[in-house]
Structures are given as C-alpha cells and as structure tokens.
Design a protein around this ligand. Structure first.
Ligand code: NAP
Length: 491
C-alpha cells in the first residue's frame, strides 16, 4: 500500500475499512478483507472487511430491531437528524470527493459534484419526511368512514453500483429513512469507502444505531449476501441499481418472499440531433452526456443519431470538442476524463470499437488506449455506424460516441425505440411541434430536450422496459418506501 489516504484527508477519521452494523464498526466474522484498487494507478489503497451471509443476517437483525423506534418518532424528528447529516456531508465535501476519486477514478470536480448531488436527496427527503399524508375519501356508505394511511414499508435493502459510489446510496437511503424505514446497504466491491464515510457522518449526525447498516463484501461474497438479503422474510423492500442482468437475478430471488422492488437498471440512451437543432448546444450536450464519468453512466448517450443535413457540421464541431478532453489521474488539476474502472471495462470498449470498424464504421478520433496506459482510454468518435453493430444495442460504458445518420422523424423515433432499454433519451430541436411529438413518442422514462443533463432531486429518475421498475427522487420516490393502509370505520 503506497498511498496513505489518511494523509490526504482533512479529517482522516472518514477513512474506514470496517463494515458498519448496528452503529458499530465491525470486522467480518471470518476476519477476511478484500483489497480496494485505485483505477488510476493500480495501487491497493485499502483492505476492507469481507463480510459473508451470516454477517448480512446480523445487519438485517439490527435494522429490524431499530425499525419500531425509528418509525414511531415523528417525521419532523427524522427530518432534523437527516438535515444534520446533510450539513455534515457538505462540510466534508472535499474529503468525500478525494475518497471517491481514489476508489472510482472520476475527476475530483466530478466527485465533488456527485457529493453535492448525493446530499441533495438527503436535504429533499428530510423536508418530505414532514409531509407524508394519507387521504380521507368521501364516504359512499352513510354509516361508515374511510381513511387511507401511509406507513413505512419496514426493513429495506439497497444494493448499489460502483459508478456513483455516493449518490446511488443516498438516492435510496434518504427516502427510506424519511419514510421511517431502516436499511441495509451493500455497496459495490470496488467502491465501499464512500459508503463507509457516509456512515461515519450519519453517526455524528445522531442517526440511531441500526437505522443504517453497511455490509461490505467482494464480488464472490456479494452473491451469497444477495441471496440472504433477498430470501429474508424480514426484508420488505429491495432497491437495486446496477445491470439489467443482475436485476433479473435479484427480482427472481425476491419472488418467494414477494418483496417490493425498486430496480434502476441499464440504459442505452439515444441522442438525436434534428436538422433544426442549435448545433453548438447539441455538441455541448453530447459531451456532457457521453463523456462524463468516462462514459460510465446509465444515462450516457450510447447512440447519437444526426440528421443528414447537419451531419458533417455536427461531426466536425463534436470532434474538435472531444479533442479538448484531458485524460488523466482524476486527482490532477484540469483532468476531465479519468480511467475506466477495470480491465474488463477497457476490453468491452475495445470489443465494441473493433466490431464497429469491422462492419464499416469510420474512426473520427481516438480509438485506442491512452498513452497513459492502465485503463485510460482515448475519447473516441465513430461515424457511419449502422444498427447491426454491437455498440448500437449493448451498453458500452466507455468514452465512445457512435454516430448514425438519419433522414426522417419517423425513422429516427423507430430506431431510438428499438431497444430493450428505456432509461434516458435526448434530442435537440427548436421546433415546438416536433418537440411535443418526439417527447411523447420516445419510449423512455426520461427525455432531455435541448439538454444533455437530466437528473436532480426534485424529478423522478427511472426507466421503462428492461431499464427497471419504480422511480427515485421527487415525491414519487418516497412512495416506493410507503405502504398504503385502508381503514374502514363503522360509526
Ligand atoms: P452490477 O454488476 O449489476 O453490480 C451492481 C451491484 O450488484 C454491485 O453492488 C454488485 O456487487 C452487486 N451484485 C452483482 N451480482 C450480484 C448478485 N448475484 N447478487 C447480489 N448482488 C450482486 O453493475 P455494475 O457493473 O456495478 O454497474 C453498472 C451497471 O449499473 C450498468 O448496467 C448501469 O447502466 C447500471 N446503472 C444504472 C443506474 C440507474 O439509475 N438506472 C445508475 C447507475 C448504474 P459486487 O460489486 O460486489 O459484484
């Protein structure tokens, strides 16, 4: 271990290597740990407790024991504790960003942005905790009255990915806590440090023991832990963000206990540039949507459809903009694209590019690993892409923009909708009639019109088709963690 993370932090006690169960820092019962790798230089930066299924059971028991008290304090009291947690996260933003960049690789400015974005869910749902209200339907039976109550679901589980190590956790835990639920979190193998630092701040905010538990594990143990969490009859809700493939497994594992499910799965976003688009704005939007987090986001543009009339102008400007992206270690100033998470990710990018080139795509820029080595890859643009190429239907999760020319609105909407996924979509146009029609016709949970960035805490995030079930963020995100109870009273 060469980098001493503690020396990089203003508050070294935010660096944790133990798991967090029932308000205490714990080792795995086997005593085993697993290494955390910095994807920028392949250094082992931490050895984190490698929990197993029996440890996961202890976390479920802790969450279950904490539930009666947490649900019975008022929403206002929960809001106060969550607000303190939110303040502490913002006060420690720089340290949280350093931990994230070291374990995940994204540039420090992006990490700081994610910490603020992640915290916004805690602030928003702290406010919402005070506003959970049922309804009183007007009676149609004269001797009876009706009430509909909203009550917390119970013990919840969150399984989260490595690409947003902070926000994918807060987007789940904040509505769950606000609703009065307790929660067990299983962060991704590659990025547990951000999750553990959030737990340390939760203790300081006074969040009671057992309300939030973090089970850290490597990929092998994650499978066994996943089975335990899904099989437990105590767990009433599972929220998963990750691949569609794993989402399907978890959904089937939850079937025997009929859990409520929230699934935020893969995406394959179309990004359409119509002939009346503001080309400069479309270039800016495409850069933000495609290359953020080295192209490792579920809402990344994965197919860029450009009308034939503006194709060449767009490609020229887009290519110039892409060539200004600075690849490097996310800890270095001025870097706008970090490494890919691991070698498997790099191999997938190379496979998509090789497949496209072998079927007639043209390389506009990039197309090879960066001279920096490791898992750094040059930001890439491919033109002349056609629908038979892998990149048009498999999630790339890398910095590759495939450009596909089109001629009519009907044609491009059909192409855009021809996907098993339905998470984010984008298009650029200045024609209000076209904006309405295309926004309505796209089979996606989210549509960015003249905008390459979509997500924030006040709007519902989520997909249709095999991109998932349910929504996170906004008032709708809270409903995922509440059950309706109908009460009928005879007078
Ligand atoms: P992943 O391989 O599906 O893993 C996600 C999480 O599931 C990790 O914590 C992983 O643990 C765990 N896991 C894997 N197999 C499991 C099993 N059999 N049982 C229980 N847990 C299991 O996804 P990823 O590679 O981390 O993330 C990339 C994917 O997430 C992409 O498809 C992306 O589109 C999607 N994503 C979606 C959204 C959204 O909001 N829709 C947001 C971000 C990412 P280990 O790490 O220990 O294996």
């Amino acid at each position: 271990m060469t980098t001493d993370i503690r020396k990089l932090l203003k508050d070294p006690s935010l660096f944790k290597e133990e798991a967090f169960i029932n308000g205490k820092w714990v080792k795995s019962s086997s005593g085993k740990t697993f290494p955390i790798n910095n994807p920028a230089n392949n250094e082992i930066i931490a050895q984190v407790a490698n929990l197993d299924a029996a440890d996961a059971d202890k976390a479920i028991a802790a969450a279950n024991a904490a539930f009666p008290k947490w649900k019975s304090i008022t929403g206002k009291e929960r809001a106060g504790l969550m607000r303190k947690w939110f303040d502490l996260i913002l006060q420690n933003k720089d340290d949280l960003a350093i931990l994230m960049t070291l374990e995940q690789g994204k540039p420090l400015t992006e990490s700081a942005g994610e910490v603020v974005y992640g915290a916004s869910f805690i602030e928003w749902y702290a406010e919402e905790a005070k506003r959970v209200s049922g309804t009183i339907p007007t009676t149609i039976w004269g001797d009876k009255r009706f009430m509909v109550l909203k009550q917390p679901v119970g013990v919840c589980v969150a399984i989260t990915p490595w690409n947003f190590p902070n926000a994918m956790i807060t987007r789940k835990i904040a509505p769950a806590m606000a609703a009065g639920c307790t929660i067990v979190i299983k962060p991704a193998e590659q990025t547990p440090l951000s999750a553990l630092a959030l737990a340390e701040l939760a203790i300081r905010a006074g969040i009671p023991e057992g309300v939030m538990n973090i089970v850290t594990a490597d990929a092998d143990q994650s499978i066994a832990i996943g089975k335990t969490l899904c099989a437990s009859p105590v767990v009433r809700h599972l929220s998963f963000t990750g691949s569609t493939e794993v989402g399907r497994i978890l959904m089937s594992q939850c079937a025997p206990t009929v859990k409520k499910l929230g699934l935020e799965l893969g995406g394959h976003a179309p990004f359409i540039v119509f002939e009346d688009a503001d080309i400069d704005a479309a270039v800016t939007g495409a850069i933000a949507s495609k290359y953020r987090n080295s192209g490792q986001t579920c809402v990344c543009a994965n197919r860029i459809y450009v009308h034939k009339k503006v194709h060449d102008a767009f490609v020229e400007k887009f290519s110039k903009a892409v060539q200004t992206i600075k690849v490097g270690n996310g800890m270095d100033a001025g870097v706008s694209q970090g490494p890919l998470i691991d070698h498997a990710a790099l191999e997938k990018v190379e496979r998509h590019i090789a497949d496209a080139l072998s079927k007639g795509a043209k390389l506009v820029t990039g197309g090879k690993p960066s001279p920096l080595g490791g898992t750094f890859y040059e930001p890439t643009i491919l033109a002349n892409v056609t629908s038979n190429m892998l990149i048009t239907y498999e999630e790339t999760f890398g910095p590759v923009a495939p450009i596909i020319p089109f001629e009519s609105d009907d044609e491009v909407v059909e192409l855009a909708n021809n996907s098993q996924y339905g998470l984010a979509s984008y298009f650029y146009s200045r024609d209000i009639g076209r904006i309405w029609k295309v926004a309505e016709a796209l089979e996606y949970g989210m549509v960015g019109v003249n905008s390459g960035i979509l997500a924030n805490e006040v709007v519902p995030f989520g997909g249709v088709k095999q991109s998932g079930l349910g929504r996170e963020g906004s008032v709708f995100g809270m409903d995922e963690y509440l059950e309706l109870k109908y009460v009928c009273i005879t007078l």
